[in-house]
Design a protein around this ligand. Structure first.
Ligand SMILES: [Zn+2]
Length: 131
């Protein structure tokens, strides 16, 4: 998996699916209680693209201190991790593909007549994007 930078979301050169964003996960500091994307956004200069929630209020804090019923209620459903994206980086296999399978399929297709090295799905997706 390598990082490619692009102003527009690249498409896999075999299947035509958009490549996934290259994101970084961040743990919310244990002393904070974050509930929304806007609150998470205040912790970083990069764009927050996803959140992971702790659905069940924890019985205890990270150090093992047990919460009182009032503290559990205050904690509630909260964000424990968020992912950021720099606005231009995408995950690619060999620079052009969404997966190893797509890279291998294109490689195999290139060995067979008519040696068509452009994936039909990629071609269709590119044509649709430009229409
Ligand atoms: Zn693909």
């Amino acid at each position: 998996m390598n990082r490619v930078k692009s102003a527009t979301q690249p498409l896999c050169h075999w299947c035509g699916k958009p490549l996934r964003k290259w994101t970084h996960d961040h743990d919310v500091p244990k002393e904070l209680t974050i509930r929304t994307k806007a609150e998470a956004q205040k912790l970083t200069n990069q764009t927050v693209v996803s959140l992971k929630y702790w659905e069940t209020p924890p019985e205890q804090d990270y150090d093992g201190l047990r919460f009182t019923p009032e503290e559990k209620l205050a904690k509630g459903r909260h964000v424990y991790r968020y992912a950021t994206w720099d606005g231009e980086s995408y995950r690619a296999v060999c620079g052009f593909f969404c997966s190893n399978n797509c890279a291998m399929d294109l490689g195999n297709a290139a060995t067979q007549p008519p040696h068509n090295v452009v994936g039909k799905a990629y071609n269709d997706a590119l044509r649709k994007r430009r229409a």
